[in-house]
Design a protein around this ligand. Structure first.
Ligand code: AP5
Ligand code: MG
Length: 192
């Protein structure tokens, strides 16, 4: 099982590339953002508790996403592997993730950081916001706030994987196909 963490700021292309990688490698894709939005759509108690957080572009509490991914790992541990998109997003999440994977004899193979300049991130998200219906895509103020949250709380998670020799950077500018090929080159270059 190969476990790949797709990392990077809001709008860098994690979701776009995760779908392509899932089809290319026949492995699974889980996005904590999607799982949360699904809870909100279904109006579950958990969804209602996270609605304001999401709309304001803040991170939801670590224990909530750690619980979600914990459930996911338990039910998918026999699978061919997975693309984790948007998780882990804090060092606390990264440490908990390592612990739960190790408990099942699994590990993260690589974190791939898709890097895109800030103005392009804002442009992409506001463009998508015209149709996505995502509450956190609607205003430039919230989008810039999400980027600030990324810098303040999430960017540091790359150090956690770099220290384990599991961190790769990919240029996220160019066409979706070009970015995809760069990511595939990293994954195919991993030791079996
Ligand atoms: P999440 O859903 O993870 O959103 P995000 O990280 O803000 O990122 P996006 O989904 O906006 O962007 P993306 O990188 O997936 O890019 P995409 O492929 O869509 O999280 C949302 C919220 O949930 C968080 O703010 C937080 O509240 C909560 N949450 C989630 N995980 C959490 C966690 N672990 N801990 C705590 N809270 C958590 O691309 C963006 C756009 O650009 C698209 O329109 C796409 O078509 C376009 N595009 C993609 N690639 C290119 C390209 N090469 N050229 C031009 N356009 C492109
Ligand atoms: Mg996404």
């Amino acid at each position: 099982m190969k476990n790949i963490v797709l990392f990077g700021a809001p709008g860098c292309g994690k979701g776009t590339q995760a779908q392509r990688l899932r089809d290319h490698y026949g492995i699974d894709h889980v996005s904590t953002g999607e799982v949360i939005r699904e809870h909100i759509r279904r109006g579950t108690e958990l969804g209602r508790s996270m609605e304001t957080c999401i709309a304001q572009g803040k991170l939801v509490p670590d224990e909530v996403v750690i619980g979600m991914i914990g459930d996911y790992v338990v039910t998918h541990k026999e699978g061919a592997g997975c693309i984790f998109d948007g998780f882990p997003r804090t060092t606390v999440q990264a440490e908990a993730f390592d612990g739960m994977l190790t408990g099942h004899g699994l590990k993260v193979d690589v974190m791939i950081d898709i890097q895109v300049p800030e103005e392009e991130l804002v442009r992409r998200i506001l463009l998508r916001g015209k149709e996505s219906g995502r509450t956190d895509d609607a205003s430039e103020e919230v989008v810039r706030g999400r980027l600030e949250v990324y810098r303040a709380q999430t960017a540091v998670v790359s150090d956690f994987y770099a220290a384990q020799g599991k961190y790769a950077v990919v240029d996220g500018m160019g066409t979706m196909e070009e970015v995809f090929e760069r990511i595939v080159a990293v994954i195919d270059g991993l030791k079996k």
